[in-house]
Design a protein around this ligand. Structure first.
Ligand code: C2E
Ligand code: MG
Ligand code: MG
Length: 340
């Protein structure tokens, strides 16, 4: 096919008589049967056109096959990028909270804010589907700050209702973290809602620590000076090293779910030993340790034995809307009050 396109390009009269270069593109779709051909002839052309649309005017690819899954993903991506601003205005980005539990004492230690895009029709889009896109188009800087604001608002609401607040962790993208006005914007938010910056924990990804530890430490120090706490998320999912951990001045370390999963594999002893050492080292550095993906009572027992402070995972709760979080974890039930 490629050869055919090149031959047409070179033998056309335009290519021979002018300086313009002719470039041909080709979208292709397959049919599974003759009946499908008769039934779906219009559809087939539009599928081939869709494949074509994606490569036209590019220089790297001239032939593309239609792929249903890819097409659906691209349709969703188009929807996301086309609707993100309006969705933010309409309040479709919702604050979901997942509890962080103190494993040793069984008490609530805090909550992580996880964004959900709840569309008008009630359907939900999950962060894995839009956060990578927003990191590319820059919208994450707006959304992440919005989520910090939602967290501040939630803490204020607890205070106003006489409920003792717990700290909320908010995921922060690299693009926002290195914005020059970042620290001031956060201070403005905590001032506006009159909450202590101590109640906000900023989660950053371990990848950021690999690039430039000095620069990262500078920003972390600025944030800590104002009272915010900084947590390193997904530790152990990438190229994390104990050396990086030792050099980073963070307040909290979140062990990736993969750590717990590895412990149940054949190399259990080695996996457990590694996690034990990481927890020990973090503690020596005055860093609290949170284990992600605590799904079973066995996970919890193991972590308790390893002296891990905090756990987060489906064993306690999946992320839920703020109202449900309040009911389940914040509002002490009348019967419990009587017991105390
Ligand atoms: P993360 O920050 O590491 O959040 C933990 C993810 O693990 C969440 O997925 C949570 O629902 C899921 N999880 C919690 N407990 C368990 C468990 O026991 N088992 C399993 N299998 N999964 C568990 P979610 O909410 O889909 O978020 C995915 C990622 O998207 C987050 O990973 C975070 O990196 C990113 N994200 C979420 N909200 C935001 C946001 O507001 N801003 C930015 N920049 N990123 C966000
Ligand atoms: Mg996180
Ligand atoms: Mg994580």
């Amino acid at each position: 096919m490629d050869r055919m396109l090149r031959e047409i390009e070179h033998s056309s009269s335009i290519a021979r008589t002018t300086d313009y270069q002719l470039k041909l593109y080709c979208g292709i779709t397959f049919i599974d049967s003759l009946e499908e051909n008769q039934r779906e002839s219009g559809n087939l052309i539009s599928r081939a056109s869709l494949a074509l649309e994606r490569i036209i005017h590019t220089h790297v690819q001239t032939i593309r096959f239609f792929d249903t899954k890819m097409h659906q993903r691209e349709k969703l991506e188009d929807y996301i990028e086309g609707h993100m601003e309006q969705a933010l205005k309409d309040g479709e980005f919702r604050l979901f909270l997942q509890p962080k539990k103190n494993i040793q004492r069984g008490t609530l230690a805090g909550a992580e804010a996880l964004v959900r895009w709840k569309k008008e029709d009630g359907r939900m889009i999950f962060p894995d589907q839009f956060i990578p896109l927003f990191e590319n188009n820059g919208f994450c800087t707006v959304l992440d700050l919005y989520m910090v604001e939602q967290a501040c608002r939630q803490i204020r609401s607890w205070m106003e209702r006489g409920i003792t607040p717990v700290p909320i962790s908010v995921n922060q993208s690299k693009l926002l973290f290195y914005e020059p006005e970042y620290v001031q914007k956060l201070v403005d938010l905590t001032d506006r809602y009159q909450i202590s910056p101590k109640m906000i924990i900023l989660e950053i990804l371990e990848g950021m620590a690999l690039e430039n530890v000095e620069e990262l430490n500078k920003k972390v120090a600025l944030l800590q000076e104002k009272g915010f706490r900084v947590s390193l998320d997904d530790f152990g999912s990438g190229y994390s090293s104990l050396n990086t951990l030792a050099r980073l001045h963070i307040n909290e370390l979140k062990l990736d779910r993969g750590f717990l999963m590895n412990m149940s594999l054949e190399d259990q002893e080695r996996g457990t030993l590694i996690i034990k050492k990481v927890i020990q080292m973090a503690k020596d550095l005055d860093i609290s340790v949170v284990a992600e993906g605590v799904e079973t009572p066995e996970d919890q027992e193991l972590l308790r034995a390893l002296q891990c402070d905090i756990g987060q995972g489906y064993l306690y709760s999946k992320p839920v809307e703020a109202e449900e979080f309040d009911e389940k974890f914040m509002i002490v039930k009348a019967s419990e009050k009587e017991e105390n």
